[in-house]
Each structure stands twice: as structure tokens, then as C-alpha cells.
Design a protein around this ligand. Structure first.
Ligand code: SF4
Ligand code: SF4
Length: 332
């Protein structure tokens, strides 16, 4: 039996040509995609699917156990997962795609419910390659260190990152900096114009504390994706969307992206009715790992209202309590 060909998710697609030609000629039965610390493996699978390669011919090498190869849709590892510990944010970017600018106060999540969700998820998956703790602004949650310990205890081989806007980094508690150092958690700072010139101080602070960190390029532009008219083709938007790989856990539920969990902020604020469906209840009777993977790979209702890759707008901060609808949504 001919051997499967391994494709490097970080490779240049041009380098796949030889493998694809062999596959088309029937010389190889399929491909192995190795897990990576990001969702590049999922992006590569999307590329193969675009070429109409069936899932049966796509295999996955698990990052936590490179000897373990299963079919892609039977894998025991998620490439990426994010969860929020605070829905509110102290930056309040006008076009925040997570609707944090509409949240009143820090909007803290419940540690026990999040832990319950993680334990349920562990019943289905052995590992998650990369787990990102997001917001809102995660540093607003004084229990962040407990969340990190809990996550590490349940998924010890997962790489952990905290994503912050940077405002509170230099006032992080000793408890938090020690935990991050001990668990080797990376701090990823999204760099916005409001923080211009503070990057050096933040970099020095995190270096002094022994915390691995990355500071993004300055983001001068945001993308509005919420399209109030709706009527988009959910399958087409879902297929072209990169955020569909940003699977989110909230309490005891998981979804392909954040919108099933966050659309209610938009609806409550503007009196609209964007879909709030699409999450998978991890407590559902009879739920299997394969079924979770299948549903995370299926368009959700919100996709019909989500124009990818969006309309670019200059980065600004929301001022005051009222956020004009046109700042956050595509209204025409
Ligand atoms: S810093 Fe991030 S979470 Fe906060 S408002 Fe801006 S984009 Fe949203
Ligand atoms: S709603 Fe659909 S198109 Fe929008 S981010 Fe989520 S998966 Fe992507």
C-alpha cells in the first residue's frame, strides 16, 4: 500500500504541487497534516478541501503524540481554542469584533462554569495545541491566575497565551506574573495607537518578570464584519472566514467562533435580532468527539450576517456610553 504524504502546514503551497500531482495520479492515497501551535493545520485542511479532496483522505498527526495518526475528522486534538475571562474592555475600540465596547463594566465570567466546560471538553479531546485567554481585556479579571492554573491542570500539554491590549500589563499582580512564568504562559499584546510609545516599558517589564511575550505590529485599521442586512451565503462566508478556526469555549458550550456567545451584547444594545445559535452543548446526551468536530466545521446562522473579510475602518476608541451603530456594523 503506498504511503501517505506529509504536508507541512507552515510550508509554501507551491511545495504541495508534487504531492497533489501524485495524489491525482492515484500514486498516494492521501495526506498527513501535522498539528502545530496555531490553526495552520486547519487552514491547510481548508486548502485541500477547496481542491475537493475528501476528508477520508486527510489524516492528522497529533502534536502531543506524534506517533498517533488518525483521520482528520476523528482526531483527539483541537488545533486552537480561546475563551474569555472578561467580556468588557478598558480600551473600547469602536469596531471591536467581540462587541466589548458595548459591555457595561468588566463583564467577568464564572471560573467554576469555565472549569466545568474544560473538564467536559477533556472527556472528548486529549489536547488542544494552543489555548488563548482573551477578552475583552483578560487582565481585568483578578482571578486570571486561577483560570490559567485550571487550564494547565486540565490540558497540561497545551501552549497557553494571554491576549491583552497592554494597558494593565505593568500593574499585573505578583501572583499573576509568577503563575505566568511558572506555567510558561506567553503574553501577546495587541498594539493599538492608544499605547504608542509604551511598548518599550512593557517589553522591559515582562522581560524583568521572566514572562515570554510578543507585541504585535501597530493595528491602525479594524474590519467591520457585522452586516445588518444579512442574506449572505452562510456556506461561502464560513468557508472564506479565518475566524471560524477561533473556536471558543464558554461555560459548558463550544462554538466555531465567538458570535453565538457574544451576539446577545449587540442585540441587547441596539434592539436587534442577530442569531445567537450555533453552539454545541458539551453536556448533550450522546454527543461524540466526531459530532463536535462535524458541528465546528458547519456554518452557523450568524454567518449570513458576517461579511468576511469585512470592511476596513480606521482604528478609533469609543467615546462615552453611546456607540453609534455605524461604527460597529455595516449598515448599508
Ligand atoms: S482591545 Fe481588543 S477586546 Fe478591547 S475593545 Fe479593542 S479589540 Fe476589543
Ligand atoms: S459567524 Fe461565520 S463567518 Fe462570521 S466569524 Fe463566525 S464562522 Fe466566521
Amino acid at each position: 500500500m503506498p504511503e501517505l504524504i506529509t504536508l507541512d502546514p507552515a510550508g509554501d503551497p507551491a511545495a504541495y504541487t508534487d504531492a497533489l500531482v501524485k495524489y491525482a495520479a492515484g500514486e498516494v492515497p492521501g495526506f498527513i497534516i501535522p498539528g502545530t501551535v496555531s490553526f495552520t493545520s486547519a487552514v491547510l485542511v481548508r486548502f485541500l478541501r477547496k481542491l475537493k479532496i475528501p476528508y477520508e483522505d486527510i489524516w492528522y498527526r497529533h502534536m502531543y503524540d506524534p506517533g498517533l495518526v488518525t483521520r482528520w475528522m476523528e482526531r483527539r486534538e483541537l488545533p486552537y481554542l480561546e475563551y474569555q475571562v472578561a467580556d468588557g474592555c478598558n480600551m473600547r475600540c469602536s469596531a471591536c469584533s467581540h462587541y466589548s465596547q458595548l459591555v457595561d463594566g468588566p463583564g467577568l465570567l464564572d471560573l467554576k462554569e469555565t472549569e466545568k466546560g474544560f473538564r467536559l471538553l477533556r472527556g472528548f479531546f486529549d489536547n488542544i495545541c494552543l489555548i488563548r485567554v482573551m477578552g475583552g481585556e483578560p487582565l481585568l479579571n483578578p482571578e486570571l491566575h486561577k483560570y490559567l492554573r485550571m487550564t494547565h491542570e486540565i490540558f497540561p500539554q497545551a501552549v497557553l497565551e494571554v491576549v491583552s491590549n497592554g494597558i494593565l500589563i505593568t500593574s499585573m499582580s505578583e501572583e499573576l506574573t509568577e503563575t505566568m512564568k511558572e506555567l510558561d504562559v506567553t503574553l501577546y499584546m495587541s498594539y493599538y495607537p492608544a499605547m504608542k510609545g509604551k511598548d518599550r516599558e512593557i517589553d522591559d517589564f515582562l522581560t524583568r518578570k521572566g514572562i515570554g511575550h510578543k507585541i504585535s505590529e501597530m493595528a491602525e485599521e479594524f474590519f467591520k464584519v457585522t452586516d445588518l442586512k444579512g442574506g449572505l451565503d452562510p456556506a461561502a462566508e464560513f468557508f472564506s472566514c479565518s475566524w471560524r478556526f477561533c473556536n471558543m469555549l464558554r461555560d459548558t458550550k463550544i462554538a466555531a467562533c465567538a458570535y453565538p456567545f457574544l451576539a446577545h451584547y449587540f442585540n441587547d444594545y441596539y434592539g436587534k435580532e442577530l442569531p445567537e445559535s450555533g453552539e454545541v452543548d458539551l453536556e448533550e446526551e450522546g454527543l461524540t468527539r466526531e459530532e463536535i468536530l462535524r458541528r465546528l466545521d458547519t456554518p452557523i446562522e450568524f454567518c449570513a450576517f458576517c461579511r468576511q473579510p469585512g470592511v476596513p475602518v480606521p482604528w478609533t476608541r469609543a467615546s462615552g456610553k453611546d456607540v453609534p451603530l455605524e461604527d460597529i456594523a455595516i449598515v448599508q
